[in-house]
Design a protein around this ligand. Sequence first.
Ligand code: BTN
Length: 280
Amino acid sequence: MDSRERFTIEPGSGQERECPYSPLAIEIRNLHYCQRVQGYSSIDSTNRQARQLSEAGRISPGTLLVADMQTAGRGRGDHAWHSPAGTGIYASLLLPPVVEPARAGLVTLACAIAIFEALKPQLGPAAEHLDIKWPNDLLWKQRKICGILVESVVQDNSLRHLVAGFGINTGQRQFPDLLHQRAVSLVQITGRQHSRHDILLEVLRQFDHVLDRLARKEFQWICNTWENLSSFSRGRKVKFFEAGRPVLGVTSGLRSDGALKVLARTGEERMVYSGEIFEY
Ligand code: BTN
C-alpha cells in the first residue's frame, strides 16, 4: 500500500478527518454519487490516485478522494494545478460510466454546472461575474477559480469508470507570479474566509442533482443549463485548432453531445470536441 494512502474510511468509522475538510460519513449518507471518502493530508494527485486504485480494483464508484494539498496536481493537457495546503479544495470522485462513451463530454459540462451552483451562494452579488469557459473552466472576471479534469478508466477496451477531479481556489491570498493574472480565489473576491468543508459538501449535493439528470438522459437540460451559465456559448469570437490548423469563428451553442458549435469564417459549422478555445 502506498504510504500516502493512510486509510479507507467506511461510514461511521469516525476517521474522516485525515484531510481537515473531509465530509463526515453522516453528512454524505443521503448522497447517491458520493458514498465514502478517503482523506489525505498530502498526496501527489487525487486524480492519479483514483485512477490507479480504480484500475487495481481497490476502490469502487462512489469513492471520493480528497486532499489538503497535492504535490503534483494535474490539469488538462500538460498543465500543473497549483495545490498548496490549507487554501484549496482538491478532490476526485470515482463515478460509474453515467453515459455512453460518445457522450462522455457531457460529464465535464455537468460537473461545471454543479460547481457553478455550489459557488454562487459563497460569492453573493459577486456571482454575477462567474462564468464557464468551454468546456469546464470556471472563471470569475476572466480569472480561473476552478478547474475540472474528467478522466476515463478504460479496461478491456470498455469504459469502466470516470474520475471527476476538481480543484477550487478558496483561500489563496496570492498566487505565484505566473498565475497571478490568471487565477483568483474566493477570499480574494469576497475578502472573507470560506469553509472548504461546506463548499465541498454543497458541490457533492449539486453533483447528485446534475448527474442524476445525466443518468436519466436529460441531455438537452444539461446543454441548455450550461449555455445559460456560460458567456462563451454563443456569439464569442474564438480560435481553436483542428488537426494542428487554426480555425476562426463565432460560437453558436452546444450540440446535444456537449460539442461546441462554431460558425467558422468560411461559413461552415464546425464542432469542437476537445482541447482549448482561445478568444481573439
Ligand atoms: C484544469 O483546469 O486544467 C483542470 C484542473 C484540475 C485540478 C484538480 S485538483 C484535484 C484533481 N487532482 C488533480 O491532479 N487534478 C484535479
